[in-house]
Design a protein around this ligand. Sequence first.
Ligand code: CP
Ligand code: NVA
Length: 338
Amino acid sequence: MTTLERNTIQLTGRSFLALKDFTEEEINYLISLAEELKAQKKAHIPHRYLEGQNIALLFKKPSTRTRCAFTVACTDLGAHPEYLGKNDIQFGKKESVRDTAIVLGRMFDGIEFRGFSHELVEQLAEHSGVPVWNGLTDLYHPTQILADFLTIKEQIGHLKGVKLVFVGDGRNNVANSLLIGGAKVGMDVRICTPKALFPSKDMIDLAENAAKETNGRIMITDNIDKAVHGADVIYTDVWVSMGEEEQFEERINQLLPYQVNRNMIEKTMNESVMFLHCLPAFHDLDTQVGKEIHEKFGLTEMEVTDEIFQSKHSFVFDQAENRMHTIKAVMTATNSRN
Ligand code: CP
Ligand code: NVA
């Protein structure tokens, strides 16, 4: 029997907007389903659970992984993906979000949305009548975290009790989702960031409440030594998220001490500590932005050194691949026909 067939977890028709809305069992189920779908893909076993369906992919910000993961996932599942970029539809410009949501819901079986305000994805879910999946907003990036947890499970074997340290911009979408998602599955989550970039009180409250239910632990600190000691996973993200590009100088000044480098990895005292990054990453000068930052501020690397990015500790490309398997799981589990 497959994970889907013996499943008692009911996610049919649900949207996937934020991990705060899901239980430990539901998150673990999505990861198990992703493991099974990954094994099926590797063995060339068809898994066309969305046969004949149509999926809208709305992107108001650029994307490599999320767009490709949704597109390939749709194709493997037998659905047609329709990419709608920021200048392709009237959404919010000449037509309200509500009206757009209703129209899309009349034609599509599911909608992915990447954009700025989190309220927009909530409105889409409220009015479209079909499952809506958050492909990143300014507040959360929940499909990323499922891929991260699958990657951790593949290496460590479990999630409960894993010491996961996020270093960098502690109040960005990835940090928020890791904090809440980690608490939901009983991890020991540590957000290591300067005080000015601490997560909001609401976010910390949500995580603390979740951790109480799962015996998870939460630490928010600006103290690097304390945070990384004994870490199983060191995770970082860009210092400047999409839409905040004018803040490079301030962030570099705040976050340079939080760069993931050999010194930080040694401080973990864990020979097999994993390094994770949602990507894209500034670890060399092979990007246009990397070159511009180098000219302006003299840095050759930002949030992670190339040495660590390329090292045996790094599982960033497993993480990237796992975006596709986990997104497939989310689409399959929430699909109204399953
Ligand atoms: N990690 C991630 O979401 O990558 P993209 O921005 O390329 O989708
Ligand atoms: N925090 C980053 C994540 C990119 C996947 C951003 O929002 O740009």
